[in-house]
Design a protein around this ligand. Sequence first.
Ligand code: UDP
Length: 325
Amino acid sequence: MHYLITGGAGFIGSHLAEGLLARGDAVTVLDDLSTGAIRNIRHLKGQPGFSYVVGTVENIPLLAELVDNADKVFHLAAAVGVRLIVESPVRTIETNVKTTEHVLAAACKKKKKVFVASTSEVYGKSVAVPFREDGDLVLGATSRGRWSYACSKAIDEFLAIAYWRERHCPTVIGRCFNTVGPRQTGHYGMVVPRFVKQALRDEPLTVYGDGRQTRCFTHVSDAVRAMIGLMDSDHTVGEVYNLGSERETTILALAERIKELTESKSPITFTPYTEAYGDNFEDMPRRVPSLDKIRAAISWEPRIELDDTLQAVIDYERALEPQPA
Ligand code: UDP
């Protein structure tokens, strides 16, 4: 099989490319390097079946050609990261909606199956934990920029489902819950690479709010295995699946664990959300997936424990730190 991965030079996309190549598939990456980077895929250059194009999904003729050459499409190109969303809402909304429109339109012409990467963020402020795919999405006011991300990805989901129901273009949607691992950047807010970098430098670990908010962190290789499984199965078309770990941890406990694993001298500090993200910010207290649906569909289970996930990020970030002379 030949796969096109939009956003394939990003954190998750580069691991997905690796996973597909490892099982003998061919992969073409399309990435505009806005948040992705060539260094994420440099090690794949020269591998049989791998190619990449630096370009944007908004280049319709280019996209059409790449879709034509592929058997299936993983659509991961998106603007992600809470900091990016809060600071650049126009870019977030436009990128996320337009790219998905373009990819689905191009794929539909040839009825190529598309995996659309969505996010647990779409559950918004829902308190119906664990979140089920058929549960309500509870978003905040439009004056609070954070929700524009959830809303833009919810539109992507509606569109993907509509393309299947109305135009018979096969699509499947994965809602990723806090995927972490090597190559994730902390520039756009993601907590694990940020805490690990801070810990390795003995700088304060900046917990936002009181640190009692929880998340479930998923190792990227578990996430990639789920994405490939959902794409391989014929029974997943037109459906939405949660894809994450059920192990819930508070952000304060996460900071403490990273401090222990790195043997860091960093203090743990508490930063009010207003200072971190401005006045109009809302966080969600808990975010836990129900995995019933994905288990039933493809017998998928997350395999990697939180400590091993954190250790993988620590090893990666440690290798990037300047070594003492
Ligand atoms: N967070 C934090 N310190 C940081 C970055 C993030 O305490 O330096 C918190 C953030 O407020 C949220 C959680 O960590 O409650 C996860 O944040 P992230 O941006 O990684 O993902 P989210 O789940 O919010 O999309």
